[in-house]
Design a binder for this molecule. Structure first.
Ligand code: E4P
Length: 217
């Protein structure tokens, strides 16, 4: 499963990128707001740092305007994936930009039927939002499972990019189901390394090592 980082914070992306943990990046208007940066400038910086796809989201609501915005974002770098919402206009935009050879990430997906439409419109990625479904007491993992089944039934090449990941369990479940990609905030990716038994075991080893009176360096 590929790891995308869901942030527009350049320093946080750089830290994970240096460890080889970053296969791509996703941003959205709320994350751009949080970063306090100009969208074109920060997207350019991220795209130059990361090898994989960097999603940058359009903010227009009508297809013609979305297409114009998408073309402008796509010009930033070869690894830009234009992010469009799963609306009828977003699907039209997806079709046009995909045919022009631009990667498209169709976002705000909350049903397998929506995912089916995105695949038919040529989406490179479909972004089902797990956490936001959990927020309204619907199991977001059922959606990932349903999309996996539908896409596999018909051999769609669109990659399932599990989004709105909030916990380490979300990551594990996505990997079990076979999501192609998951995008998570840096804090969740870093939390994957933590286990209380690792901490406890290390503490014991350190105490015993001290008792040996030895040094390696
Ligand atoms: C995905 O591309 C979105 O940017 C993101 O995962 C949304 O997550 P949230 O629901 O935690 O805001």
């Amino acid at each position: 499963m590929k790891f995308f980082v869901d942030t527009a914070e350049v320093a946080a992306i750089a830290e994970l990128n240096d460890l080889g943990m970053v296969d791509g990046v996703t941003t959205n208007p709320s994350l751009i707001l949080k970063s306090g940066r100009d969208i074109l400038e920060v997207t350019r910086e991220i795209a130059a740092m990361v090898d994989g796809p960097v999603s940058a989201e359009v903010v227009a609501l009508k297809a013609d305007d979305m297409i114009a915005e998408g073309r402008k974002l796509a010009k930033i770098a070869d690894n830009i994936a234009v992010k469009v919402p799963l609306t009828w206009d977003g699907l039209k935009t997806c079709k046009v930009l995909s045919e022009e050879g631009t990667m498209v990430n169709v976002t705000l997906c909350f049903s397998a039927n929506q995912a089916l439409l995105a695949a038919k419109a040529g989406a490179t990625f479909i972004s089902p939002f797990i956490g936001r479904l959990d927020d309204i007491n619907i199991d977001g993992m059922d959606l990932i499972e349903d999309i996996r089944t539908v896409y596999d039934n018909y051999g769609f090449a669109t990659e399932i990019l599990a989004a709105s990941i909030r916990t380490v369990n979300h990551v594990l479940e996505c990997a079990r189901i076979g999501a192609d990609v998951m995008t998570a905030p840096p804090s969740v990716i870093k939390a994957l390394a933590s286990h209380p038994l690792t901490d406890k075991g290390l503490e014991t080893f350190m105490k015993d090592w001290e008792k040996t009176g030895q040094k390696i360096l």
